[in-house]
Design a protein around this ligand. Structure first.
Ligand code: GLA
Length: 715
C-alpha cells in the first residue's frame, strides 16, 4: 500500500509483501528489505545499483537493527530493559517514509516496532545526493507505563562484506593528535571509544576509515569513511563474526550511561555520517569537504579571518602596551584580526597562570586597567578586528565562581578532588549553569558589541564524575552534559549568528561535525612545529576541509619561517609569533604570504583537495587544491627529511583539465630570491601535468614550495 502525502511518500506494511527501501546518492546505494518474518534486513551497501529490479535478488546481510536477547550472538545496536524485567526486543517493519528536505537532500524514516512490547525504533537516514554523504540516526520511544532502561542505543549499524578489512584510526594525545594507523581486522572486536566526557577526542578522534580487501589507497579501492557528530563519549565497534562478516556499530559510548527513558520521551541518537567510495580515499575526502561546506559547517561557504594570536609569545604575561604593540604587528602582517588569548580575566584570583581565575569572567583591572573596551578601540583604530579567548565550561577551584557555586561543579560531595590542568568541569546538565555559560558570551557581546570572534576552549576532560544536579540519575551525566552544551551553543548561534568562533580543546580535543555546526573552524593541535603539522593537517584533512583547520605560524619548530608559513597556508592561515623573531625579509615574505592566501583562499578553502604524496610513506609531502572550474590550483610541496642521495621523482598532479594549458608559477618566494624550479613560468597541458608531472621536490631538508597553476587564457 502506498500513501502519498504532500512532498512525502509513505509506504506501510501489508502482510507478506516484500518491501525494498533504497537510500541513495549519485554513487552509493544502501538497501534494506523486509523478509517473510516481517523483520528488516540490510541487503546492500556499496557502489550505486541502478536497476530497481535487481534489488529482489540481493541476499540478506544482517538485520537492520540488531537487538539484545533474540537470535543474534554478537554485538547489538539496541538493548533495553522493560518494566517487567524482560530484556528482549524484536523489531518488525511497520512503515517507511521518504521526503525531500531540499533539492538533492532526501530523508528516509523507517518505523520498526516490537510486537510484544509497545516499543518503537525509527531508523532515520538523510542522503546528500550530489556529495554522496549519508547521515544515519535512530529514535527510540515506548508507551510502557514507566520508564524503560536503555543500555545500548547506537546511531547506526552497518553490515559490510569483504574478504579482508583494514581499519585506519586517528589516535594520539595532546600535541600529537590524529596519528593515522592502519591495521587489518580479524575475528572479534575492535573498539575505538572515549570516556573523557568533555575533552572527548584527546586520545582518539571520532572518525575512521575502513578499507575493503586491501590497504587504503588514495585513488582506488572501496572504502568507507565514518564519523560521529557528538561532542562527548562515542564508540565505534567493529566486529567480525564467524563468517568473516563485519558489522560497524557507531554511537554514544554506552559506558556508565544507562539511560532511563520516560514513556513520553524520544531518545534521539547523534548522527553517524558516512560515505562509501569506490575510488579510494581521495574521493571520499573531497565528498566530505564539499558536503561540510555546503550543509554542516557554520558559515561553511564564507571566507575565514586571518589573525595574529598572542598565546605562544606572551602566555599570561601581557599588559595593554604589549598588546598594542602586537596589534601593530598584526597591521604590518596585513591580517584581519588580533586574537587575545588566555589570561585577561579574574580579580580576586587573577588569571596569571592556569592555576586560578577560570570562571571569573571580569577583566583583570591590574593588568588591563581600561578593560576590553580599550583593546577593542585600539584594534578598531588600526582597522583590524578583535577576537577573544574564553573557556566557559570550566572552573578553577581557586576562583570566586567555585567559592560561590560549588553546586555548579561536577564533583563528588564526599571525596577529595583531583584536577586536570588545575581545573574542573561545570555541570552543563543544570539549566542554571547553561544560563551562566551562555551569559559569559552574552555579557561580553552586550558590553563590547565589536568583539568579532571567540576562541572557545575546553581544557579538561570530565573528572570527579558526579553531577549535583542529576542526583539519582548519575548515569545520564555524560549524555545530559553534551545536550546542555548544545543548548548553550544553539543560543549563542541564534543570538550572534555572525560571530565566527574557533573550537579549541587543549589542542584538538574536540573535532566533530556536530560541534562544527556551531564553529567556523577548530584548533587541530597545540603542536605547531611545521613538520608535525604536516602530519596533523594531513590526518584531519581526511574529513575536514582546509578552511576549518586553524593553522598558525609560531616558533615551536625551528624550520625556516617560509617553511612554517607555507605549511600554515594549507589550512586557515594565522600567526602567533612576534615580528622581532623574524628578519626584515622574512617579515616582508609573511606580508606577501597573507596577500597570497587571501587571493587564493577561494581555491585553498573552497576547492577540491588532492593528496599527492603522503608524509607517512615518503620523506616529502604534497597536497594540491583545485578550484571548482579547474582554472586555478595551488600545489604545496614539502621536502621534509630526505635521505642522502635519495632519488627525486617527478610529481604527478591531479584534478586538472587534461585538455587545457596551464602556467606554472612558484609563489611565496622570499624577497630577492628566484624560483629554482625548471618548470617555473613554463606552460604545460593538464594531461602532461597529470601523466608526466613536474620536478618540484629536492633533496634538501625542510624546504617548501607553493606553486600556483592557472589555466592560460591565451592558448
Ligand atoms: C589551550 C589551547 C591553547 C591556549 C591555552 C590557553 O591549551 O589549546 O591554544 O589557548 O589553552 O590556556
Amino acid at each position: 500500500m502506498v500513501i502519498f502525502l504532500i512532498g512525502v511518500v509513505r509506504i506501510t506494511a501489508k502482510a507478506d509483501e516484500k518491501k525494498i527501501i533504497r537510500i541513495e546518492t549519485d554513487n552509493i546505494s544502501l538497501i534494506y528489505g523486509t523478509n517473510k518474518d516481517g523483520r528488516l534486513y540490510q541487503t546492500y551497501l556499496g557502489q550505486r545499483l541502478h536497476h530497481d529490479s535487481d534489488a529482489v535478488h540481493l541476499p540478506l546481510m544482517g538485520e537492520a537493527c540488531l537487538t539484545h536477547g533474540m537470535e543474534d550472538y554478537f554485538e547489538p545496536a539496541v538493548r533495553i530493559l522493560h518494566n517487567d524485567g524482560n530484556p528482549s526486543l524484536l523489531l518488525k517493519y511497520v512503515s517507511h517514509e521518504i521526503r525531500q528536505l531540499q533539492p538533492d537532500v532526501n530523508e528516509t524514516v523507517i518505523r520498526l516496532r516490537d510486537d510484544v512490547y509497545p516499543v518503537e525504533v525509527q531508523l532515520c537516514y538523510v542522503s546528500y545526493v550530489k556529495e554522496n554523504i549519508i547521515k544515519a540516526y535512530t529514535e527510540i520511544s515506548h508507551r510502557e507505563k514507566k520508564a524503560v532502561t536503555l543500555y545500548r542505543y547506537d546511531s547506526s549499524l552497518l553490515h559490510v562484506m569483504g574478504e579482508k578489512y583494514y581499519l585506519t584510526e586517528f589516535s594520539g594525545d595532546w600535541a600529537r593528535e590524529v596519528n593515522m594507523t592502519e591495521q587489518p581486522l580479524a575475528f572479534g572486536k575492535k573498539i575505538l571509544d572515549t570516556k573523557l566526557g568533555s575533552r572527548a577526542n584527546m586520545f582518539c578522534s571520532p572518525f575512521f576509515l575502513l578499507s575493503l580487501d586491501k590497504v587504503a589507497e588514495e585513488n582506488s579501492g572501496e572504502i568507507l569513511f565514518g564519523t560521529i557528530a557528538w561532542t562527548g563519549n562515542f564508540h565505534f565497534t567493529f566486529e567480525i563474526n564467524q563468517q568473516n562478516q563485519l558489522r560497524i556499530l557507531s554511537g554514544i559510548n554506552p559506558y556508565a550511561s544507562e539511560y532511563s527513558l520516560a514513556p513520553d520521551e524520544i531518545f534521539r541518537t547523534p548522527e553517524f555520517i558516512f560515505t562509501y567510495s569506490t575510488e579510494g580515499k581521495g574521493k571520499a575526502s573531497r565528498d566530505f569537504h564539499r558536503w561540510a561546506r555546503k550543509y554542516q559547517l557554520k558559515d561553511g561557504e564564507k571566507p575565514r579571518l586571518t589573525l595574529l594570536n598572542n598565546w605562544e609569545t606572551t602566555a599570561f604575561n601581557f599588559n595593554e602596551e604589549k598588546l598594542a604593540t602586537i596589534m601593530d604587528e598584526a597591521v604590518k602582517l596585513g591580517v584581519d584580526m588580533f586574537l587575545l588569548d588566555d589570561g585577561w580575566f579574574g580579580n580576586k584570583h587573577p588569571r596569571n597562570s592556569d592555576k586560578q581565575g577560570l570562571g571569573d569572567w571580569e577583566v583583570t583591572t591590574a593588568k588591563l586597567p581600561n578593560g576590553i573596551e580599550k583593546l577593542v578601540q585600539e584594534a578598531s583604530k588600526r582597522e583590524i578586528k578583535f577576537g577573544l579567548w574564553i573557556e566557559p565550561e570550566m572552573v578553577n577551584p581557586r576562583s570566586e565562581l567555585y567559592e560561590q557555586h560549588k553546586d555548579w561543579v561536577i564533583r563528588f560531595p564526599n571525596r577529595k578532588e583531583y584536577y586536570f590542568r588545575n581545573q574542573m568541569v561545570l555541570d552543563l546538565s543544570n539549566p542554571k549553569v547553561q544560563d551562566f555559560v551562555f551569559g559569559i558570551v552574552d555579557n561580553l557581546m552586550r558590553k563590547y558589541p565589536d568583539i568579532a570572534y571567540f576562541k572557545w576552549d575546553c581544557n579538561s576532560p570530565i573528572t570527579n564524575i558526579y553531577s549535583p544536579y542529576l542526583k539519582d540519575k548519575q548515569s545520564h551525566l555524560y549524555i545530559e552534559h553534551v545536550r546542555g552544551l548544545y543548548n548553550i551553543l544553539e543560543r549563542v548561534k541564534q543570538k550572534y549568528p555572525d560571530v565566527p568562533m574557533m573550537l579549541c580543546s587543549g589542542g584538538g580535543g574536540r573535532s566533530d561535525y556536530k560541534a562544527l555546526s556551531y564553529f567556523t573552524e577548530f584548533w587541530p593541535s597545540d603542536n605547531t612545529d611545521a613538520v608535525e603539522r604536516i602530519f596533523i593537517q594531513w590526518g584531519y584533512g581526511h574529513f575536514f576541509p582546509s578552511k576549518t583547520l586553524a593553522a598558525h605560524v609560531t616558533s615551536w619548530g625551528k624550520q625556516p619561517v617560509k617553511f612554517r608559513t607555507d605549511v600554515a597556508m594549507m589550512g586557515k592561515l594565522g600567526f602567533d609569533i612576534r615580528m622581532n623573531e623574524m628578519n626584515l625579509k622574512e617579515q616582508e615574505y609573511c606580508r606577501n604570504a597573507v596577500k597570497n592566501f587571501k587571493r587564493l583562499e577561494y581555491v585553498i578553502g573552497e576547492g577540491d583537495m588532492y593528496r599527492l604524496i603522503s608524509p607517512y610513506r615518503s620523506n616529502h609531502a604534497a597536497v594540491m587544491y583545485v578550484s571548482e572550474n579547474k582554472k586555478t590550483s595551488v600545489l604545496f610541496a614539502f621536502d621534509i627529511h630526505p635521505r642522502y642521495g635519495e632519488r627525486i621523482y617527478p610529481l604527478r598532479l591531479e584534478g586538472l583539465n587534461p585538455n587545457k594549458i596551464y602556467k606554472i608559477k612558484e609563489i611565496n618566494l622570499l624577497p630577492d630570491t628566484k624560483s629554482i624550479l625548471a618548470c617555473n613560468e613554463q606552460t604545460y597541458s593538464g594531461e602532461y601535468l597529470m601523466k608526466v608531472g613536474l620536478t618540484v621536490f629536492s633533496s634538501a631538508h625542510t624546504v617548501s614550495k607553493i606553486i600556483e597553476i592557472s589555466q592560460n587564457d591565451i592558448e
